[in-house]
Design a protein around this ligand. Structure first.
Ligand code: ZN
Ligand code: FE
Ligand code: FE
Ligand code: FE
Length: 162
């Protein structure tokens, strides 16, 4: 799509994160299945549930903007997931694998946090109040997921891997 205005840029980036969330929806069950740490497995499963809600919130945002629900291929999320897959294939030790998966998951959360941050800033500029509320709910979930992953890394996973 041609991007001319801030509104176009908003919709384009909404499509980008919509595509990314759907890729994450596919990756999280595999990561949960592979996790050895029960805490990490639980964190992936909880975030899978949250991600389903995030996809629905994005669909509401498209509707509020009178835009068709449409993904825009996100090279960044594909790269992050591809890089993680490649690394994990090289790791045999299950506990070292947990540490690698956890770090990859945090790279995903940080990408999401940066995207939602930009979308919220643009929605503020465009004075789309309902949209801001929906995106902020998701941004809070992403930040909490990131914080929980840090706690699990520091509390258990990195020590087990060492
Ligand atoms: Zn495009
Ligand atoms: Fe998400
Ligand atoms: Fe992207
Ligand atoms: Fe997330």
């Amino acid at each position: 799509m041609a991007v001319k205005t801030l509104q176009d840029l908003f919709i384009h980036t909404l499509g980008d994160i919509y595509y990314a969330e759907n890729q994450i929806l596919k990756a999280l069950p595999k990561m949960a299945a592979e996790a050895t740490s029960q805490e990490l497995k639980q964190a992936f499963n909880t975030h899978l549930e949250e991600t389903r809600g995030q996809v629905q919130r994005l669909e509401q945002v498209f509707k509020l903007c009178n835009a068709p629900v449409k993904g825009e291929r996100c090279d960044a999320i594909e790269g992050i997931i591809k890089e993680a897959d490649g690394l994990l294939k090289e790791i045999e030790d299950p506990e070292v694998k947990d540490a690698g998966m956890l770090a990859a998951a945090q790279a995903v959360e940080h990408y999401e946090i940066s995207r939602y941050g930009a979308l919220i800033a643009w929605a503020e500029q465009l004075e789309m109040d309902e949209v801001i509320d929906l995106l902020e709910e998701t941004l809070d979930e992403e930040k909490n997921a990131d914080r929980l992953l840090t706690e699990i890394a520091e509390g258990e996973v990195n020590e087990e891997a060492a």
